[in-house]
Design a protein around this ligand. Structure first.
Ligand SMILES: Nc1nc2c(ncn2[C@@H]2O[C@H](COP(=O)(O)OP(=O)(O)O)[C@@H](O)[C@H]2O)c(=O)[nH]1
Ligand SMILES: [Mg+2]
Length: 403
């Protein structure tokens, strides 16, 4: 063979082999890095199962914003009608909340299932007692309710679940006490003695108090929305001046529901002066209701009493405060009760807002808190959504518990 031809064949073979190696190498390098390829592709399910996103508007003032102006401690935040949402009707939300409560707090259903077993053993009765205790009915109420149920069970045919259900329903309803007045006092108050009529007609005032994290700010926003849905006008006061974020949170709610928020740009400003400004502005604007949010720091009982007392006093330079609502987190149970007592002593409470009743089986706290504080539960919160607040309805509540 021609040596030249042999050299040519070797060159061609080498070139082809090199090409194959190069191509394979490129492919290796072209693979996705493991951390990228490990990502699960986003499917329709991921989107559908994602927790619902609240349409939240960015607060107007950001940290590091304009310097605080000592001469003008409070400002009225303009509302942003573009982000306004349409509130759900009251009957609609009560229906929805009832079904949510039935899903989460239905301790009555557990009791009914035991009762329907017929002849009850001692173990069955203990099971009923345990269920009542874990619902936060408290030992005293549980004991008397157990006595009543046992007595009635002897009198009635225990194999008839409908009859036992009726007894349990009546007993629970009596404990919740349908005779209490649960309406919010939103009547226009009589102006204070020193109030100048030229400064406007004072608005009905609602003061929101309670421990940090119980849901005060959220409840202010939800309540303002209920008022708007009811055709009323409102102003909110951000008297939680401890953190700027608290006023921002309330401002965001104000923007959502189209309600003006009076706040201070200065962190640590005097909460009483913000509360006063909000109350005065509400009168000047001829608004129906002023809702004042407060801080709930509890390190020092005397300090808390002073602060809340002062807030209420300055608001009453305009007109009497019609509602002081204590916001209580239902999931904290008996712990929350002790804190509630402190607030109740610090400032007269006219009603309770029980929040986070969704996702707890501690519905019995309604009975306990009313008994210990002597004021009715007026509103219940059953979620973080803007429409997740409803008037407390004893019959609906008991029926939801019984499933
Ligand atoms: N599940 C549930 N969460 C709530 C309810 N009310 C308030 N929250 C949540 O509780 C947290 C604290 O609420 P916030 O209003 O800031 O409490 P504040 O410190 O008392 O003003 C927030 O994450 C709220 O969304 C309710 O009724 N149900
Ligand atoms: Mg707050």
């Amino acid at each position: 063979m021609d040596p030249l031809l042999i050299v040519l064949i070797v060159v061609v073979v080498l070139a082809v082999a090199g090409g194959i190696w190069f191509y394979a190498g490129r492919n290796r390098g072209g693979e996705l890095p493991p951390e990228v390829s490990a990502h699960k592709p986003i499917s329709a399910d991921d989107v559908l199962l994602a927790p619902p996103q609240e349409p939240v508007t960015e607060p107007e003032s950001a940290p590091g914003g304009p310097a605080p102006d000592a001469a003008a401690p409070t400002t009225a935040e303009p509302t942003a009608p573009a982000t306004l949402e349409r509130p759900e009707s009251i009957p609609g939300r009560m229906q929805r909340l009832r079904s949510r409560l039935a899903g989460a707090g239905g301790f009555g259903r557990a009791i009914l299932s035991v009762l329907s077993r017929g002849d009850l053993t001692e173990a069955d009765w203990e099971e009923i007692e345990d269920t009542l205790l874990t619902s936060d009915l408290g030992i005293e109420v549980t004991t008397s309710l157990m006595d009543e149920l046992r007595t009635q069970a002897k009198v009635l045919d225990t194999s008839d679940p409908a009859a036992i259900r009726a007894v349990l329903r009546a007993e629970l309803l009596q404990l919740v006490d349908p005779s209490m007045d649960r309406s919010l006092n939103l009547a226009k108050p009589t102006p204070a003695a020193g109030w100048n009529a030229a400064d406007g007609e004072p608005a009905a005032a609602v003061l929101m108090v309670g421990v940090n994290g119980t849901g005060k700010t959220t409840t202010c926003g939800k309540l303002a929305r209920v008022l708007v849905a009811d055709g009323k006008t409102a102003v909110m006061g951000a008297a939680d001046t401890f953190r700027a974020a608290a006023a921002d949170q309330l401002t965001t709610w104000g923007q959502r529901v189209g309600v003006e928020v009076i706040r201070s740009e200065r962190e640590g400003a005097d909460p009483a002066s913000v509360a006063y400004d909000a109350t005065r502005e509400a009168a000047r604007g001829g608004v129906d209701v002023v809702v004042v949010d407060t801080a709930g720091r509890l390190q020092n009982k005397a300090g808390l009493m002073d602060e809340l007392g002062k807030i209420k006093r300055v608001m009453e330079k305009v007109a009497p405060v019609g509602e002081v609502l204590l916001v209580l987190d239902a999931t904290t149970g008996q712990n929350g009760m002790r804190q509630a007592q402190v607030f109740s002593e610090a400032v007269g409470i006219t009603g309770i807002v029980l929040t986070k009743l969704d996702g707890t089986a501690k519905g019995g706290i309604v009975v306990t808190v009313q008994k210990e504080l002597g004021v009715p539960v007026k509103l219940v919160g059953l979620g973080e959504g803007a429409d997740d607040l409803a008037p407390f309805d004893p019959e609906g509540f008991v029926d939801a518990l019984l499933g």
